[in-house]
Each structure stands twice: as C-alpha cells, then as structure tokens.
Design a protein around this ligand. Structure first.
Ligand code: GLC
Length: 471
C-alpha cells in the first residue's frame, strides 16, 4: 500500500497494513494468498501455509481496497487443487473438496503448490468449511468486481457444481443440516462438535445462497432445484430447533421424552437434565437469545459459538428478531462473551470430566484456552458485520476500542485465554495474519458499511432467487 493511501489510517492500522503486506505469498511471481502466521521465533509447522478460512478476512479486505488481483489469483489457483474425479479409495480427497490449506514449494527451481486436504493436519481432520468458504469468497469477488463472467467460466461453474453435489448428496440421514465429523471447521481439533455444528450450518446456508446466485445462468436444473428445496428447509430447521431463549427454555425444560410418530413435539428426544437449565435461565436476558451449538438425536449443545451465531445474522439464516436477540445477548453478557478481548469462540468452556471426554484430554484445549472458551480477535470482523447488519454499531465500536488498546502491544496474538480474555494464549503465536485482518476489516466495515454487501444476504425468497443473473 502506498503512503497516501495509508494516510487515512491511525498508527495501529498502519502497522497492521504493513504486516499484512509482509504476509502475502507469491507464486510464479503473482500474489495468491496470505500465510497464516510468520512468527519467526516459532517452528512453522503448517502456519506457513495459506489456510482457506484464514484468507477470508484478507480477501474481503483486499476487495474493499480494490485490490482484486490477489483474490482472483487465489480463486483460480485453489480451484486447480480441487479433485474432479472420485478415486473411490480411502485416504484420497473426495471430488469437490477444497483443501484446508496450501503452500508454495520449489523443486529444482520450479514452483508448485502443495495442498493439505487433512492428510497432513494434526489429527487428520477434514476441512468441510473450505469448500463453503471458497464459494462465499467467489461470490464476494463477483460482487466487488461486478464481473459475473469470471464465475461463469466453465471451470468455475464446474467447481461450484462439484461442491454442491458433495453437500447436497443423499446421505445416511434425512435432516436438512450437514452431517460432519469433529474438527471440520475453525475449531480444528476435537471439541465435541461432531454431528450438526452451527458453524458449518451457517456457512452451508451462506454457500447455498451464493451458489444460487452464481449458478443462475448455467441452469443445471437438478442442482438448482436441490438448492431451492434445501434453503427454506435448512433455514426453518435452524430457526426452530437451534433457537434458545427464555421462552424456548421453558418449553425444553418441560419436554416429554420418548415421543414416537408424527405428533411428537420433542422431535430429537432431548432430556432437559442433559442441559444446564438452571444456569441458562439466569444467564439469558429477557430479550436475548442465541442459536445452539449443535442439535441431533438426544443432543442439544447449549454452548454459545460466536462464528456460527454471527454468520447466521450476516447471511440471514437467523430471523430479523432472532438477530436482534443475539445482539442483545452479546450486549447484556458482555463480560462473558467479549470481556477484555473480542471475542469468545465458545462459551462456556467445558471443564473436568466433560473436558476429558470432549477434547480427548487435549492440552491445547484446556478450559478457557484456545477453542475451549478462548478469545479470538479474528471474530471481531464477524461482530462488526453483524452489528452493521442489525444497526447495532455501538457494540462493534466498543469491541474495536478494546482491541485497539492491546493487539499491537501484544504483537497480534492468535488467541487469548482466561474467562475474560486477559491472558495472551498459552500456545498462541504472535503476528497471526487473521488477527491483523480481523481487526482491520472490523474497522473498515465501520468506516464504510457498504462493504457489508460483499458478505451478507437478505431474507431468502424463491421468487427473487430465480431472477436472472442478478447479484
Ligand atoms: C488453528 C485453527 C484454525 C486455523 C489455523 C491456522 O488450527 O484452529 O482454525 O485455520 O490454526 O491459523
């Protein structure tokens, strides 16, 4: 970024922009992504990769500044990594999948890209979120550049179709939600979120919305009909079965069990003894609520997960009223959900026996650390976007002020620990790119609310979905 362009930014932002510039990865002379981290005091592990999910905030930020080339190159190169054939073999990535991350390697002076579909990742976790994020980034790119022809190129249409086929395939269950293993999203390690985690459902909904717009002219009838059928079912399922507020808690608390057949009210056979109803009744403000972390057979995970809830607001998976209620909850339970560093990835932490069972005794996910109740500055941009969408900008301003005080002095850590986020994460790396971009993008969204358009969707209705090629 040139000097005059930096002039509108304060000192912390200027530093952040310079750091972002340093994180850019070049491939055959072209910028194609950003590294997750470049803390030279630490062993790189896979933090020298460009992660698809980590690049989202970089991409939106570059688009907001009119720097389209890096996002275009990223989309083109990652698409080439997507398998287009099914090998029907174990240990090979399935057709349509987008890798979790990639890096540039050089052999005898020749550069190539090496992808990780989970076969190198710690615990060999599957990156389900990558293909969903990929479509969301493509949609943002087309919105920013107004170049629908980019997405209409046959290889891009095929890429979207393969992802849709993968997501819409008939599986071993009949819910409209997506069934995934543990660790398949930002929470990249075991944390008891296998099944139907909210984060994946919100990204799935946003990706379906984006694909519906991008596939509009291609007209593969079966897939488009599949998307149109799935969207309202998924939306209504989440709005009904995942929603928790004091009224709903009262219903759940008095649920009958063992209901069989069509007339059942307690469809998933939830037993209220499995949820902390007494604590929840005190914690829930009168006009506040949120979407549960996970819903499945006899399972209602009442932990609050920030990314899923905020993304549900941004893509209108949550209703207008629910979105306001989620923002009310964040405001009323500020100390728990935002505290001294925006914001908690999940709340509350799982402790004692639950910690041992849910995490497999993972020392990185001890209570109030990392994914298990840690605070992640990257979540700030989701908070700012949700605040803009609901007209609750004072919430975002307050969060940004807190972060502005600390992030640069603390050297942009990956995450913070403790019930209030007062401690720099036990194993956190410094100079984490998405910490830097999460902060910058939050500020950018406050400065120019139009950028929200890149990532948000209004209420879904079939009629407007079928209008020709309109973004
Ligand atoms: C951790 C996070 C994951 C992130 C990666 C790189 O594994 O859990 O969400 O993509 O670090 O920053």
């Amino acid at each position: 970024m040139v000097k005059e362009e930096l002039a509108i930014f304060d000192d912390v932002e200027k530093q952040a922009w310079q750091l972002l510039e340093k994180s850019i990865i070049y491939y055959q002379g072209r910028p194609i992504g950003t590294v997750a981290n470049y803390d030279s005091s630490e062993d790189a592990s896979n933090y020298d990769h460009c992660f698809i999910r980590d690049f989202v905030s970089s991409a939106l930020l570059f688009l907001s500044q009119g720097r389209y080339d890096i996002v275009r190159n990223f989309l083109e190169e990652t698409l080439k990594l997507q398998p287009t054939k099914n090998e029907l073999e174990a240990y090979t990535p399935i057709r349509g999948l987008i890798p979790a991350s990639f890096k540039v390697i050089s052999t005898n002076g020749k550069e190539s890209l090496e992808a990780d579909f989970g076969e190198h990742a710690i615990a060999r976790v599957t990156p389900v979120d990558s293909c969903l994020w990929w479509i969301i980034i493509l949609h943002a790119y087309v919105k920013a550049t107004k170049d629908i022809n980019f997405a209409l190129q046959p290889e891009f249409q095929q890429g979207i179709m393969l992802i849709m086929e993968l997501c819409l395939a008939t599986r071993f269950d009949m819910y409209p939600t997506l069934l995934v293993p543990d660790g398949s999203c930002m929470i990249h390690r075991r944390l008891g979120i296998y099944g139907y985690p909210l984060e994946i459902q919100a990204l799935f909904y946003a990706a379906l919305r984006a694909a519906r717009k991008l596939l509009i002219c291609a007209g593969d009838e079966e897939i488009v009909i599949g998307i149109d059928n799935r969207l309202p079912l998924l939306r209504d399922h989440i709005r009904h079965h995942y929603w928790i507020d004091i009224n709903r808690l009262n219903v759940i608390y008095r649920f009958k069990g063992e209901e069989y057949g069509q007339t059942a009210v307690n469809l998933f056979n939830i037993y209220s003894d499995s949820i902390p109803y007494a604590d929840l009744a005190i914690w829930l403000p009168k006009y506040g609520g949120y979407l549960a972390g996970n819903v499945g057979p006899s399972q209602l995970d009442t932990r609050f997960f920030a990314l899923g809830n905020l993304m549900a607001i941004i893509c209108s998976l949550a209703s207008e009223q629910q979105s306001q209620a989620i923002m009310n909850l964040i405001e009323e339970q500020w100390q728990d959900l935002v505290g001294e560093m925006p914001m908690k990835i999940s709340f509350p932490a799982v402790e004692k026996e639950e910690y041992r069972i849910f995490t497999g005794c993972d020392p990185k996910n001890i209570p109030w650390s990392y994914h298990n109740g840690g605070s992640w500055p990257v979540l700030m941009w989701f908070l700012a976007a949700a605040a803009q969408k609901t007209g609750r900008t004072s919430i975002a301003k307050r969060a940004i002020e807190i972060a502005q005080e600390r992030l640069s002095d603390d050297q942009w850590p990956e995450y913070y620990d403790g019930t209030r986020g007062l401690l720099i994460g036990k194993k956190a790396r410094r100079y984490q790119t998405w910490t830097i971009t999460g902060f910058l993008l939050a500020k950018e969204l406050m400065r120019n609310p139009n950028h929200l358009e890149l990532i948000s969707f209004g209420e879904f209705d079939l009629e407007s979905a079928s209008q020709a090629c309109e973004l």
